[in-house]
Design a protein around this ligand. Structure first.
Ligand code: PMP
Length: 407
């Protein structure tokens, strides 16, 4: 592994791949948990598709259409390589939100599962669909309390010993408000031992660490392309093959059918069943460019660099009087904080408008996590491969300047 400085140097050189920093000199972008910036290769892949190969996929038999189809399917293959899964387990979706809605609605529709269980610190996209589809289908819904910002294995064990099986347990890999990494590997084992299945919200995890779907006990994995350098409007739901027959489709329409008769329809097999309608073709192609870029960078080095940035941020911010860090000590990629006297909106507006430092403020689509901390709003700085130690320094100095200005 490279030293901290050598890593920082390597990643500093990669910043040149991201045109946004050329176009916005002085920008300190610390909102990658909301969406990441895009490298030239990703932007180029989208332009290239529209200039050279634009056509619908899986339909026409003329060369342009065949090229579009093969680009789209190559993207599925690239995602499966990146996540070490089978090509036949990758379903293209619009986003994590769509993947999780698809899953909650479809799993509820099987009539097999009795309970949906979800920790309360989840992003609303991994909480509300389970809550609402459970309600609509008369299933039990079990919101798991968290202690502060963490989910202990003991509390999971306790809940699982009382749960009605078979059940679905949905959990995030990395909490988007605080950067707490869950122990989803151990949770998955417990869930299976108690007769449940597990869905992982990978929206924050997948951009940040190497992941093997094949070697994990995760049954379903959802993530969004735009949080790992690709376009918005594309994501994936990975579904282990053994579930694909039992789970009904979510979107009925073109290309997901086998035969349509007046009285009923038989559905396509495999992942096609879950991809009704024209997909986001350029989005999928951009996702291939994105994962290939990440593979060239090396996910292990990326993780180490982001961990260094996060450690430094926690260290610098914790030295500012009046500032509270709510993220745990080992949070990854994310630091959530509040100031005792300055509202988080005022603080982030000051940082953004006066100093060109982009941090998020609000409830981060995680109202229950904030409620459990007695908060309604907080600031969140999040880091990715193009961030530097200088960015972290500017954040800390910016907060100090805001404190002098407001108080
Ligand atoms: N889950 C988590 C953990 C997230 O951070 C987000 C996005 N902030 C989502 C789900 C939803 O992602 P999207 O808006 O791309 O569907």
């Amino acid at each position: 592994m490279l030293s901290t400085d050598a890593l920082a140097d390597k990643f500093l050189r990669l910043r040149g791949d991201f045109p946004v920093f050329r176009e916005n000199p002085g920008l300190v972008y610390l909102d990658s948990a909301a969406t990441t910036q895009k490298p030239e290769s990703v932007i180029g892949s989208i332009v290239d598709f529209y200039e050279k190969s634009n056509s619908n996929v899986h339909r026409g038999v003329y060369p342009l259409a065949e090229r579009a189809t093969s680009l789209y399917e190559n993207s599925r293959r690239a995602v499966s390589v990146f996540l070490d899964s089978s090509y036949e387990e990758v379903i293209f979706t619009k986003s994590t939100t769509e993947g999780l809605n698809m899953l909650a609605s479809s799993l509820a529709g099987t009539g097999v599962y009795k309970t949906f269980a979800v920790p309360v610190f989840e992003h609303h996209s991994n909480f509300v669909p389970w809550q609402q589809y459970a309600k609509r289908n008369g299933l039990d819904f079990l919101p798991l309390p968290v202690s502060g910002v963490e989910l202990s294995i003991e509390s999971v064990r306790r809940v699982l010993s009382q749960i009605r099986a078979p059940f679905v347990f949905a959990v995030t890999g990395l909490v988007n408000s605080t950067g707490y990494r869950t122990d989803f590997e151990e949770i998955a084992e417990l869930v299976h031992n108690h007769g449940g299945v597990i869905a992982l919200d990978g929206a924050q995890l997948i951009p940040h660490e190497r992941f093997s779907f094949r070697n994990s006990e995760i049954d379903f994995l959802a993530f969004s392309g735009h949080k790992l350098l690709a376009e918005t409007g594309v994501g994936c739901l990975l579904m282990k093959k053994k579930f694909q027959e039992e789970i009904p489709p979510f979107l009925f329409g073109g290309e997901m059918v086998n035969w349509v008769e007046e009285s009923d329809t038989s559905f396509a097999e495999g992942v096609s069943k879950f991809e009704g309608g024209t997909p986001n073709i350029s989005g999928a192609i951009s996702l291939k460019a994105a994962v290939e870029y990440l593979e060239t960078v090396d996910m292990d080095l990326l993780e180490a660099h982001v961990a260094n940035l996060t450690d430094l941020a926690r260290q610098k911010l914790s030295a500012i009087p009046g500032l509270t860090i709510h993220s745990p000590e080992n949070s990854h990629a994310i630091v959530m904080f509040t100031h005792e006297k300055i509202h988080s909106h005022d603080l982030s507006e000051f940082l953004g408008r006066r100093l060109n430092i982009a941090v998020r403020s609000g409830h981060h689509c995680s109202q229950l996590q904030l409620k459990s901390l007695g908060l309604t709003s907080s600031c969140r700085a999040s880091f990715y491969l193009y961030n530097t130690f200088e960015d972290v320094g500017r954040l800390a100095e910016g907060i100090e300047e805001a404190v002098r200005w407001f108080l």
